[in-house]
Design a protein around this ligand. Sequence first.
Ligand code: SF4
Length: 384
Amino acid sequence: MTEPVLTTSPPETGPVLLEARGLTKHFVLHRARRAARAARRTATVKGQSGPTGPPAVHAVEDVSLALSRSGITAVVGESGSGKSTLARMLARLIIPTAGQLLLDGKEVPASNRDRREYARDVQLVLQDPFSSLNPIHDVRYHLARPLLVHGLAKRGAGLDEAIKGLLERVSLTPADQFLGKYPHELSGGQRQRVAIARSLAVTPRVLLADEPVSMLDVSIRLGILNLLGDLRERDGLAILYITHDIASARYLADEIIVMYAGQVVESGPAQSVTDEPSHPYTQLLLSAAPDPDRAEPPSLQGRGSPPSLVSPPSGCRFHPRCPHAMAVCAQRTPPGTQVASGHLSACWLHVKGLDTEQALPIAGRPPGRPSAPSRSAPDPGEET
Ligand code: SF4
């Protein structure tokens, strides 16, 4: 495991409900495990030293975060950055390789014991409302099931009232009109509202929303984002909003955590991270976000593509793409450095005291702190 990267300070919105400390997930490649075992056996026969362990996908490395009551934390990054794996570990659908989960300050066991109880507090909303609802069941069935399974309602008039209450909470009104509808009879936005209502059925305190608007038309994204904002204000939910769209993260969240190749590279208050991004990767994300006020297309130096997570780059994982990479970047993982109040960046550009050799540019690229894009993030409704 690499050295700790960053820890976000909890937002000042309420007590911390769910906390992750150093969460790590490595997925072992099973076919490669057999090959590694065979290579070890061969090496033993020959009296040589073989490979030490099977190769693994280093999906998430040492991520810490805290979700507070009435707070929204956004996790931003491109595909393959480990955002969804992180959400699934927080939902206990995936058992972490290392790290701790704490609910109300008490450690949650790594095994699946007491998972039903945990699910009443922590619910996950998936990206694709088309596949998260069963096409052969109507809305009434989808909302009745969690109420019955968790013993929160009994069949009869009370159950129907509870279901209608859930539909009203997600603004699907008049509720009677939606009860008998099947998923194919609903729009994408309505389906996602039903999926959110299903999560709310067990009165959770933490909602993990994994790209809840990315499959929806641009015109209805804002409605779902506003619904999440209402839920935090009205019900005091702690929300983790996972997205690849940094503009919508700024719109909705109090805190932003930027992930790259399984690691946190920057974190802090949403406005500070988007107005003064200090990590070159965050700057790259912002420069790629559409901006109607920008006359010239952005210059995406070092755009490249994400690295393999089976054998990730040494040192800073962004160094093969970074236009500011220095010698030290390829050798050592950058520590989290405070660049503003509550705003941390894992980049050697912000570490004082590097010697001349360490600060030598890679591939002739001059080191130096890149300037932040001088603009605010655009409206999330404009993201495509
Ligand atoms: Fe990583 Fe170095 Fe670029 Fe900072 S300057 S992002 S540490 S490669």
